[in-house]
Design a binder for this molecule. Sequence first.
Ligand code: NAD
Length: 361
Amino acid sequence: MTAPLRITLLPGDGIGPEIMSVAVSVLKQVAEQQNLEFEFTEALFGGAAIDETGAPVPEETLTACRQSDAVMLASIGGYKWDTLPRSQRPETGLLGLRAGLSLFANLRPATILPQLLSASSLKPEVVEGVDIMVVRELTGGIYFGSPKGIFETEDGQQRGVSTMAYSSSEIDRIGRVAFEAAQKRSARLCSVDKANVLEVSQLWRDRITALSADYSDVELSHLYVDNAAMQLVRAPKQFDTIVTGNLFGDILSDAAAMLTGSIGMLPSASLGESGPGVFEPVHGSAPDIAGQDKANPLAQVLSAAMMLRYGLSQPAAADQIEQAVLTVLDQGFRTGDIMSEGMKAVGCQGMGEALQAALST
Ligand code: NAD
């Protein structure tokens, strides 16, 4: 038995607690089979934290996260907190968590599973076999650059300003994460920028190109963001790993995710230079189906697999979970969001039970 791996759980709001409970039972079962020990600590986050403490990410929660080896987050937000001022909203807690843990790299896989080919809005022949990893810079660029604000001008107008800025060290550190992610995949990296117009992108391109000398096994290409958006929907199979800045990554990772057509299936990882990463589904708290046993827990379960692979260096346990997901889909189990004719309808708990059965065979 190795040392216990400390995992902080942030179930959050809406469907969060339901899908988290499935992922935790899967992790417990895998721990037994892989001879691992997990130590789980649950902490308040999002709307649940606002109700208890008045803040979406209480200091106690940040401390618990910092003291752990990895953080698994479900989802936050809901109608109840929508009218609060922006600084007190659950979503603001997400930014606080990212900043508090210095998470600068966001990894979002978009993989088409053969069993769910028909869920995509694109033609099966276009998306079959798509397996993309988008690496997005998360703590810099236009969302954080200064000056920012809405200013009064001398001629009495208002002027809205946001600034896109990257330093060479910010580009280098996300570049290294991306080259290393590409090395674990098919060793093809496409860097996306707007270097034909933006100086900040010219620096981005120069630094990524210079870094490639350290990763001679990775084939590097560059695309302008407008072309990248077009290529993603025209011929997505050409991509393996994509690296890009905060704004372009926000948009392209959503577009890549939607190639799969099923938001309830998509995990993500946010990583810092050291310290725990945060692993969470791409979707939100789905308040429209919360508490009804309708949520698809697979994005959460696949986030647990990403946590094992990228956060806790346990690739065998990650493989086991990913295989169990494929098995239950092969067996025809489907929650409402991915249901199709002839398949077996299950709720959130039923999908959890199917996973447990798949893991024990
Ligand atoms: P959403 O992702 O919660 O839901 C969009 C649609 O997808 C809904 O119809 C929902 O029922 C469905 N859906 C989402 N996840 C599902 C799952 N696992 N299984 C089955 N169906 C699923 O997005 P939204 O409705 O725009 O936002 C709802 C709340 O979530 C808002 O308060 C928003 O701010 C918040 N949000 C949180 C996060 C996060 O926690 N990281 C991300 C996005 C949105």
